[in-house]
Design a protein around this ligand. Structure first.
Ligand code: 1GP
Length: 248
């Protein structure tokens, strides 16, 4: 098993995890590095670098370089497409937006990126990505046939399909900045149906919503907007990470 996946898999046997999402488009690379360090000090386990915009590869590169320079956390790319790559990243979520109507987001961007990922030597971590209402920008840009908030059956179907495809993770996404996170009933039902680790993100901004997702079986919680909008990143993340660590 490759290094980053192996680390995450062995940690998940002991406890739940928290990943911090940084969008290269939202601040300078320097500021992204500072955010990563603050998130590390608060106890986050990894930095995901991603965004739905059309981001220049140099900016992705510079952002990853600064995060690596200022923190010692693993950096995992969370790409919007085949040009969202950096050889400085430790790994990439090699993901398919399973409920996209456009084959571009299911497999075509991935087919363009795969040989480059191989050449750059970035560790691919396979992930099935499922976008739930409200879906926000990623739902729109990714042309997702959004899973309705009460359609637990569809969520289970996509998650189980991901597992049967052999994917390492399932990610239930409400969309960055969502007013409500993925419903807890949906998380619980999906968790009961699959064996692979479950990542949950979108709209988690406080301890209560983090605990809701964790109690229902989320293995990894992702927060992005909270970090972007806070002047005290460590202070904002601490209660959420405390919730994550309370499951040890
Ligand atoms: C988006 O799930 C992540 O991909 C994070 O969402 O920005 O709402 O925390 P937020």
């Amino acid at each position: 098993m490759a290094k980053v996946l192996e680390n995450i898999t062995s940690k998940l046997k002991e406890r739940k995890m928290h990943f911090t999402l940084i969008d290269p488009d939202k601040q300078t690379p320097e500021a992204a590095g500072k955010m990563a360090l603050a998130a590390q000090n608060a106890g986050t386990d990894a930095i995901m670098v991603g965004g739905s915009g059309n981001i220049a590869q140099e900016l992705v590169d510079e952002t990853v370089i600064q995060i690596k320079k200022q923190s010692s956390l693993p950096v995992i790319l969370f790409p919007s497409g085949a040009s969202f790559l950096s050889k400085h990243a430790d790994a990439i979520f090699f993901m398919s937006l399973l409920n996209s109507r456009n084959s571009r987001y299911l497999v075509r961007e991935q087919a363009r990126a795969a040989p480059i990922i191989q050449k750059l030597g970035i560790e691919p971590i396979s992930m099935g990505y499922v976008v739930v209402e409200p879906g926000m920008t990623v739902g729109r840009v990714g042309e997702a046939d959004l899973v309705k908030r009460d359609d637990t059956k569809s969520a289970i179907g996509y998650a189980l399909a991901a597992q049967y495809f052999g994917m390492d993770f399932v990610y239930l996404e409400a969309g960055s900045g969502a007013s409500q996170p993925v419903p807890v009933e949906m998380i619980l039902a999906v968790r009961k149906s699959i064996d692979v680790p479950l990542i949950v993100g979108g709209g988690i901004r406080d301890e209560k919503s983090a605990l809701g997702a964790l109690n229902c079986g989320a293995d990894v919680i992702v927060t992005g907007t909270l970090v972007e909008t806070s002047s005290d990143v460590a202070g904002a993340l601490s209660p959420i990470i405390k919730a994550v660590r309370s499951f040890q």
